[in-house]
Ligand binder design. Structure first.
Ligand code: ADP
Length: 403
């Protein structure tokens, strides 16, 4: 049973084709710079021996429709998928599902209109996700399609945690509330944690830290998300590559008055020029780590601030969970940066979190435990796999709602 997962951006389409019997990746790739000079396709296909062969083609790709046709034709040429009719379904990543979508949902014209109505909540992402779904539905009309929302896992957050302390009418008229993002990743790693610990997810209290270019924390009580650090948008919460995370909201009005910058320009600074980049000039944690080791004080400060913010969230979520079974690190930084994991856990023995510094070293293979023998809670590194989670949810949705 094959499932294609699509992640459609404004000028790109990323894809992975899965064989769901053994959850293997048959092919994966991306189309980048659609309607720009240098538009190209990068495609990897798995040989029968299990080796991945990569091809790169630079060619004019004028729109998403051409992009989808190119993906279908390269999947065919390389023997991964003879025809889109072989697909059990296509799963689409959709960033914002608002309050409407609490679960993966079969794509219909009504669902598309509801996602369209949510564009004001995610003006950069939802239009591109919609375009991807429309093109895929037109190009492969007989293949069932499923929308999987980044916000859905967080829809279990209770009202006292999702409301902001602002006039109620701003929620009622404009849906201003905490939604949270990276839900697909948090959902995947907490499921994997339960498998790894050989305990039912419903019995576990976990804190999940997705640390990639974007970063977010989630508090999971008995398997359900009860709080998360991102808010109405992905700007709130942890310090990220280029996003500031938590901030006194009055800073925006102060900057407007003092600098004459427009709110749009300030929004861009907070999203694209802040975070690690704002503190030390670079947003890639590998470079920040190298600079810090070479003695650069700004890079050292960036790492200290980054981990201090994470520790504050661990403390807050520990308090609201009322007990912790495990802390999960995932995402490019969480999976790879041992120095960040070590600094985030340092001094948390009083919360029952004690790292074994030897086990923590390097990048572990698969899921692994990093805590010392006398740690009350587990400390886990779990590689995320958002595409596989989308594929699994696509199958689950289609099996729950057959045509
Ligand atoms: P995205 O959010 O775009 O999916 P990733 O999850 O791939 O991003 O994470 C990207 C981040 O992971 C970058 O800051 C990168 O520097 C960091 N990273 C990747 N490998 C390492 C490593 N070996 N050591 C430190 N940081 C790493």
């Amino acid at each position: 049973m094959k499932v294609l997962v699509l992640n459609s951006g404004s000028s790109s389409i990323k894809y992975q084709l899965f064989e769901m019997r053994d959850e293997s990746v048959l092919a994966a790739g991306s189309i980048e710079q659609i309607d720009e000079p240098g538009s190209h396709l990068s495609h990897c296909v798995r040989s029968p021996q299990g080796e991945m062969t990569k091809t790169l083609r630079t060619l004019p790709i004028n729109d998403h429709r051409q992009g989808f046709a190119l993906i279908a034709s390269v999947l065919k040429e390389t023997g991964a998928l003879a025809d889109t009719g072989e697909l059990k379904g296509i799963g689409h990543r959709v960033v914002h599902g608002g309050e409407k979508f609490k679960e993966p949902t079969r794509v219909t014209p009504e669902v598309l209109s509801t996602i369209r109505a949510l564009i004001p909540l995610a003006p950069l992402h939802n239009p591109a996700n919609l375009l991807g779904m429309e093109v895929a539905m037109e190009s492969a009309p007989s293949v069932p399609q499923v929308a999987v929302f980044d916000t859905a896992f967080h829809q279990s957050i209770p009202r006292h945690a999702y409301h902001y302390a602002i006039p109620k009418k701003l929620y009622e008229a404009h849906q201003v509330r905490r939604y949270g993002f990276h839900g697909t990743s948090h959902r995947y790693v907490v499921k994997k944690a339960a498998e790894f610990l050989q305990k039912p997810l419903e019995s576990l209290n976990l804190i999940s830290l997705h640390l990639g270019n974007g970063a977010s924390a989630a508090a999971i009580r008995q398997g359900r998300c009860i709080d998360t650090s991102m808010g109405l948008t992905p700007l709130e919460g942890l310090i990220m590559g280029t996003r500031c995370g938590d901030l006194d909201p009055a800073i925006i009005f102060y900057l407007e008055r003092e600098t004459g910058l427009t709110s749009g320009a300030i929004e861009s600074i907070l999203n694209k020029e802040s975070g690690l980049k704002g503190i030390c000039g670079v947003n890639d944690m590998r470079t920040v780590g190298e600079m810090a080791s070479a003695g650069n004080p700004e890079a050292q400060l960036a790492i200290t601030m980054y981990c201090y913010r994470i520790k504050k969230y661990i403390g807050a979520y520990y308090a609201v969970l009322g007990g912790l079974d495990g802390l999960i690190f995932t995402g490019g930084i969480g999976e790879n940066a041992d120095f960040i994991r070590a600094a985030c856990c340092e001094g948390l023995a009083h919360l029952g979190l004690k790292m074994d510094n030897g086990k923590n070293l390097g990048r572990p293979e698969g899921c692994s435990a990093m805590e010392s023998k006398d740690s009350r809670a587990r400390i886990l590194v779990i590689p995320t796999n958002e595409e596989l989670e989308i594929a699994e949810q696509t199958v689950a949705c289609l099996e729950a709602e057959p045509l």
